[in-house]
Write a protein that binds this ligand. Sequence first.
Ligand code: SAH
Length: 501
Amino acid sequence: MDTEGIAYLVGAGPGDPGLITVRGMALLREADVVVTDRLGTERLLAECRPDAEIIDAGKAPGRVALTQDEINQTLVDQVRAGKRVVRLKGGDPFVFGRGGEEVQALLRAGLAVEVVPGITSAIGAPAYAGVPVTHRAVSTSFTVITGHEDPTKPSEQTDWDALAKIPGTLVILMGMGRLAAICARLVAGGRPPTQPVAVVQWGTTERQREVRGTLATIAEVCARQGVGSPAVTVVGDVAGLEDLDWRPPRRPLAGRRIVVTRARAQASELRDRLVALGAEVVELPVIRIVPVAGSPEIDVALDELADYDYVILTSPNGARCLLDRLADRDLDARAFERATRIVAIGPGTADALAEGGIRADIVPERFVAEGILEALESEEVSGRRVLVARAREARDTLIDGLRERDASVDVVALYDTVTETPTPEQIAAALSADTITFTASSTVTSFMALLSPEDRTKLTALRVVSIGPVTSETARDAGLTVHAQATEHTIPGLVAALLPS
Ligand code: SAH
């Protein structure tokens, strides 16, 4: 492993998670430490390694935010400690991002740093509102300005009169609270009060809102419609162009905030599918999968693998743990006897087996324990040796059913499902979502155990969507109302149940 620490200043783009660069994403996925600001980078954090340390520079313990000096020091300390640090910054790191100061601090400390530019909101947000910052015969330049400085104060660095006189587009970041004063200043400097202005709030995100007006009217339009920070203001004739109102297609889950309670290591498929459909995903991993270590029971079963007539896997985690266990002992798919029938409870489990080169012979039509029993109805299991490899905590339906039919059943516990301990902020974020998903009974039980009595009162605002009947029953037993249940008990099935009908 590379022990040389390095910091990468990565531009996250303006908000749409698809607008980070390829290199930025690759570095983010590898980073040991990620230092973020809140604005525009939340949805990318899901890409980090599960064990990556995430430092929110926008939120210091007990205070609003780290100071710039504290951020610089954090970067220096982490790089000195040998970490690969991604400093993830909204938009482009060098556009009003104080990225320059961070690079200076790192270089002055003699440390390695690289910059990965990003798409600035100054261009990206207008683009997603159909406003090109330049346009042939309309505007041949654009100037990006901070609206942070008070245009009525003499100490200002921004020469608003000069800016008013440039014929091109003005793009103003920050300073929404000073919009009226800025517009007045530009008119006083010579821009016509009828000049078009567009304001784009939360540009490129699912929350994007935009309003149009003129230098004379825009401040009032924003006030009336409640459009405020963070927003980009575009002043110039480009803001009045027509036939440019393209828009990314509205995705079916746009505007939805959906909680994923799966173990973090297992959450990516569900998360990726939801994000692709436009949802904002709140990850609240309430469980963690811990393989059972050093169990003689498993080793005996593996030694006798070839003697089993049936090997049944009841979850993708079980399949993965079994394969890992084989690999630990320098074994692979060849450890199975050809005649052994391999049963996977559903397509996810079959896929997990396939990754280890094992094709499931039987996948039931219903992806529950009862489904396996049904699928085995036509088989002669009496007197046959059956290995059921599964979680330690699991229902006995399958085992009882097989024993009733005189099968000789061995059960091995491959993994434990343990409760995670999310922070109160993570729980609060989950409770403020509109929908919560449960992919197993254990996620329901662990989630409910995390909640305070007061948290529980907020549950009624959440739509509860479950992967199947067993999970739904656990949810109902825990006092939840289940609003939807997947018809096919798989991740794609769960996603389908989330779509508006
Ligand atoms: N480095 C960033 C800018 C940081 S300053 C960039 O290149 O985009 C913060 C300001 O950027 C906000 O006040 C707002 O004016 C603007 N901004 C950032 N993200 C935005 C977004 N998604 N939509 C509109 N404005 C945004």
